[in-house]
Design a protein around this ligand. Structure first.
Ligand SMILES: [Mg+2]
Length: 318
């Protein structure tokens, strides 16, 4: 673990550095508060700081205040070293955000165990952040394909439409549905079905841009949000996806499985429709027509798709 050591007294600093290194820390040693601030700015891996209270230019308490006023993650555990044992001073130091303090000259064993406690705090905090990030990721992604889930991709559509409302750029929405997917599961088994979904997701993803949002919104149904994309380009992308899937059968544990996809595309450019619900409905209606026309193709929404709901099941927007 990386530790920042700031002390203006050369002998104390050398001794502390010697101890810290001996206990296995990677030490960044500086001689005043200003250099401490510089080191913190340049090295995001610092997790512990041992700061002398009294230093020229910027003192330890100021450095501590600076650490706490910045971003709260990753957490930096601060231990102040002070010759002051006056309670008011110590309260001031802790009030500035220090986690702990030691009276100088400090006993190496005491410093060692205090730092061990600090390291535990830092490690626990890192575990919490990692667990939270994992939950956040899982809440937004489809576990099978790694694509966004339904809610996340629809949220993304809302955001892109808001942005487009300001910029005036078009947004295209594409719905895709693997053809006869039930037959894949029935014929090749569910493991093959899952492999097909994963491979299809990966091929679709390779056809869109990094800033397009792609989600799996149902069993074999995908939704893609294409910001700053004209109707014509959206349609071209849909055709590219269709070709990417149909060109080569998809590899599964039970052998290659030929798969095709039907796609529907709608864009804000077509009728001025700017609601997520209206666009998804139009793309869905276009997809339905692609299916009805024989599948394995892309269809562009027609003006009527923007106003009429097709009979049968509709994508319910959450
Ligand atoms: Mg000093």
């Amino acid at each position: 673990m990386k530790i920042l050591l700031a002390d203006d007294e050369p002998i104390a600093r050398t001794m502390l550095q010697h101890w810290l290194t001996g206990w296995g820390y990677t030490v960044i040693s500086v001689k005043d508060g200003e250099a401490a601030l510089e080191a913190l700015k340049n090295d995001p891996e610092i997790r512990l700081a041992v700061l002398d209270w009294v230093m020229p230019k910027v003192d330890g308490v100021e450095v501590c205040r600076h650490i706490r006023s910045g971003q709260s993650e990753p957490y930096i555990y601060v231990l102040l070293l002070t010759a002051r044992d006056n309670k008011t001073d110590i309260v001031d130091g802790l009030d500035a955000g220090a986690d702990d303090y030691l009276i100088k000259p400090c006993n190496p064993l005491e410093l060692k165990v205090r730092l061990r406690a600090g390291r535990r705090v830092v490690e626990l905090q890192e575990e919490l952040v990692a667990a939270r990030e994992k939950l956040r990721y899982e809440a937004m992604h489809d576990g099978l394909t790694g694509l966004l889930n339904r809610r996340a991709v629809l949220d993304q559509l809302d955001r892109e439409l808001l942005r487009a409302g300001r910029s005036g750029n078009p947004v295209a929405v594409m719905m895709g549905d693997l053809d006869h997917f039930k037959a894949v599961n029935d014929t090749f088994g569910h493991a093959a079905g899952d492999a097909v979904l994963r491979e299809a997701a990966s091929r679709i993803k390779s056809c869109v841009r990094a800033y397009d949002s792609l989600g799996r919104i149902g069993g074999e149904e995908f939704l893609c949000v294409l910001p700053e994309c004209t109707t014509a380009v959206g349609y071209t992308v849909a055709q590219r996806i269709g070709a990417a899937l149909s060109q080569t059968p998809l590899a599964t544990p039970n052998g290659p499985v030929p798969v095709t996809i039907s796609l529907g595309v709608a864009s804000t450019e077509q009728t001025g429709e700017t609601t997520a619900e209206g666009l998804v409905r139009a793309a869905d209606a276009a997809l339905y027509r692609a299916k009805a026309a024989g599948r394995a193709r892309a269809a562009l929404a027609t003006p009527v798709d923007f106003v009429l709901r097709r009979s049968g099941e509709l994508l319910a927007i959450q």
